[in-house]
Design a protein around this ligand. Structure first.
Ligand SMILES: [Zn+2]
Length: 239
């Protein structure tokens, strides 16, 4: 009887507030969570899985030495991945981050990529931004990856000293880089913990790469042995 009542209440709730897929905005069923099954299976996963340090495709080529860069999904303007990233940032969907992080973790596991890393470190938000959003989407993604790969997430070693809300999208790489100088720092004691460790730096999206580059440099200055970069999505290149 109780079960029947719960089912009925859920039916009423679904009727009043239909749950929708964050990617395609169609109504989702009881057995689906944040994404409908169709979207889960048809997300534009990257086939170009690993960008080596020497690859000309590497956005950080010549500036940052990494053991490899992996972006799980391809981002195109107006596409499903854009809806997902928007929901992650602005629609209070921390569970979506964990869900996608797990999918990303499974993809890494299947290809045996970066599975022997010691720590996952999400790119931090400034505390005022995190307070406003209620969570750090990069940390939620890292939590999902960590659950699959059984790698601990350290979210409090790398800190963001100031918000970069007004970070320019134009003005060229040099300007962006200048704007980001000194944005990231380490808590006292972090370098001792990170020394000679292999670290996966995690963020939601790889666009210009400027933020990741500055965060990665802070980790390397702390003496880590090897750096990998994992993002949920990367902007799809033309051609
Ligand atoms: Zn969908």
């Amino acid at each position: 009887m109780k079960k029947l009542l719960i089912t009925f209440c859920r039916y009423l709730l679904d009727f009043a507030y239909p749950r929708i897929c964050v990617a395609c905005e169609k109504q989702i069923s009881d057995t689906e969570t944040v994404l409908c099954f169709e979207c889960q299976w048809t997300l534009p996963r990257n086939t170009n899985l690993l960008i080596h340090n020497e690859s000309p495709e590497n956005k950080f080529w010549g500036r940052l030495k990494t053991g490899g860069i992996y972006s799980f999904l391809s981002f195109t303007k107006g596409g499903k991945v854009q809806n997902i990233l928007h929901a992650l940032k602005y629609r209070n969907q921390p569970d979506l981050g964990v869900f996608l992080g797990k999918l990303c973790g499974k993809a890494l596991q299947e290809q045996q990529l970066f599975t022997d890393a010691h720590y996952l470190i999400p790119v931090p938000l400034h505390r005022s931004r995190q307070r406003e959003r209620g969570y750090n989407q990069a940390e939620r993604i890292a939590a999902g990856i960590g659950e699959i790969l059984q790698i601990p997430v350290w979210h409090d070693l790398l800190i963001r000293n100031r918000s970069t809300r007004t970070q320019t999208k134009t003005g060229g790489r040099l300007n962006r880089y200048r704007n980001l100088q000194g944005v990231f720092g380490m808590v006292p004691g972090a370098p001792e913990l990170l020394k000679n460790k292999t670290v996966i730096l995690v963020d939601d999206v790889l666009t210009t790469g400027a933020t990741l580059e500055v965060a990665a440099t802070a980790l390397q200055e702390a003496g880590i042995k090897e750096l990998f970069i994992v993002t949920l999505a990367a902007v799809k290149r033309n051609g």
